[in-house]
Design a binder for this molecule. Structure first.
Ligand SMILES: Cc1cc2nc3c(=O)[nH]c(=O)nc-3n(C[C@H](O)[C@H](O)[C@H](O)COP(=O)(O)OP(=O)(O)OC[C@H]3O[C@@H](n4cnc5c(N)ncnc54)[C@H](O)[C@@H]3O)c2cc1C
Length: 401
């Protein structure tokens, strides 16, 4: 009987898992093992671009690629993982329940922004976490054009001064002016718990973030958390109120809730602890990858971050290793010692850093050129040609951004 590798999720990790599993099966001419991928859409949704205005090119179709390499795509949303019975229960698009069995499961269901139970947050705060929420934010910003001018209308509060918050905030002056006019007195305020601008990103990069913020007119309110969000703005813990028609929540991220259904140790983000081959510790047949995996990247104690840089390499490893396990051939341990950061800073440019301490290498328009390459080319799916796509899925190809 045919054996099945089942992958949940069509993000960076899921797509590359599918390609690398098929690559290895191909090399061993094993037509008796199939690769099935379950996800709500056969699309790679390029989350790193959801802070941008134009979302039209942030979704890449995967149907032709899956057809070219022979991935069986099943449209649906996994609701339950039955590890003992080796099956996944899912909801079809029409709402009916169905199930898929597996011999090896790869959990690649990603992550989502973690909204705390704060008054008004669900009704009034936007985010840039998903395609739908990014579209909702853009539609709201466009609607400001028809509102009477006021300080609140012209103000965007971005809650959180981490990676996503900084990219969202530094893009916002240009986004607002494109809608409200070049002369509009726009205000963009980052509310962050840190003591210094950009401190969440580390000392070396913080001064670059401060310079870009100054140039763009993005201001920071430091040291006090938001205690409430309403239609007219935010209330801070220290008593200050900021009037704003737009509040974007970027603080915190948590792994897909499906991780909770698998017995195993989890980190503070809910990611499953995995071994060097990305198999979930304590499980025989389940791998975790991308944002669902707490994986060591080197022998020095560093771990993968929830980034597509890591998700791409993790995906190539998990697919290869799940297939290797079924075939009884040697796995290739996941290793990704090189880490870089490329942070978009709106019209100011971008900053490119290397290493875990984020040594600054390129800034301004030089950094922006790399960011544009990453965001428009490097992280997109390979061409829908079998040989090209499978060659690109080699787990030994280093991912450098
Ligand atoms: C605004 C923003 C900016 C970012 N910027 C950067 C950056 O500059 N650099 C960088 O490296 N990273 C960045 N990231 C992080 C990066 O996007 C994630 O780390 C990456 O998407 C993780 O890939 P993944 O494949 O694990 O999960 P995802 O890309 O989240 O994909 C998860 C997949 O699983 C599917 N899925 C979820 N639940 C189910 C279910 N129940 N059943 C079936 N399928 C399911 C989803 O539909 C999706 O197909 C950014 C993220 C955001 C939101």
């Amino acid at each position: 009987m045919k054996q099945r590798i089942l992958i949940i999720g069509a993000g960076f990790a899921g797509m590359w898992s599918a390609l690398s599993a098929i690559r290895l099966l191909d090399q061993h001419q094993r037509l008796d093992v199939s690769v099935t991928l379950l996800a709500p859409q056969a699309e790679l949704r390029v989350r790193p671009r959801f802070y941008e205005t134009d979302l039209t090119t942030t979704v890449a179709p995967l149907g032709p690629l899956f057809d070219a390499v022979g991935v069986n795509f099943v449209q649906g949303c996994a609701t339950r993982i039955d590890a003992a019975g080796k099956r996944v229960i899912y909801r079809e698009t029409g709402g009916a329940q169905a199930e898929l069995s597996y011999d090896r499961l790869i959990l690649a269901s990603g992550s989502q922004v973690a909204r705390p139970p704060l008054a008004g947050i669900d009704r009034f705060a936007f985010d840039v976490d998903s395609f739908e929420s990014a579209q909702k934010l853009e539609a709201h910003l466009q609607s400001l054009r028809d509102k009477p001018a006021s300080q609140a209308r012209n103000t965007v509060v971005v809650v959180g001064g981490g990676f996503t918050g900084i990219e969202t905030a530094t893009e916002m002056p240009a986004r607002l002016r494109a809608i409200l006019g070049d002369e509009a007195d726009v205000r963009v305020i980052v509310v962050d718990m840190g003591k210094q601008v950009g401190s969440a990103m580390g000392e070396q990069i913080a001064s670059v973030i401060a310079e870009a913020s100054d140039t763009l007119g993005v201001t920071w309110k430091l040291g006090s958390p938001v205690s409430m969000v309403d239609e007219q703005g935010v209330q801070l813990d220290d008593g200050e109120r900021i009037e704003a028609s737009t509040v974007v929540w970027t603080v915190g991220v948590k792994a897909s809730p499906l991780t909770q259904q698998i017995d195993g140790e989890r980190d503070a983000f809910g990611r499953l602890h995995v071994d060097r081959n990305l198999k979930v510790l304590g499980q025989d047949s389940i791998y975790a990858t991308g944002d669902t995996a707490y994986a060591a990247v080197d022998e020095l104690g560093n771990h993968a971050l929830m980034t597509c840089q890591h998700a791409i390499a993790l995906g190539r490893s998990s697919g290869n290793n799940a297939a290797a396990d079924l075939l009884g051939v040697e796995a290739i341990p996941y290793s990704q010692p090189k880490y870089v950061t490329c942070l978009d800073l709106g019209a100011w440019g971008a900053v490119f850093t290397e290493g875990w301490e984020r040594k600054v290498l390129l800034t301004g328009q030089e950094g922006k050129a790399i960011k544009t390459e990453i965001n428009t080319k490097w992280i997109y799916p390979p061409e829908a040609k079998r040989d090209v796509a499978l060659a690109a899925a080699d787990p030994l190809i280093p991912v450098v951004a």
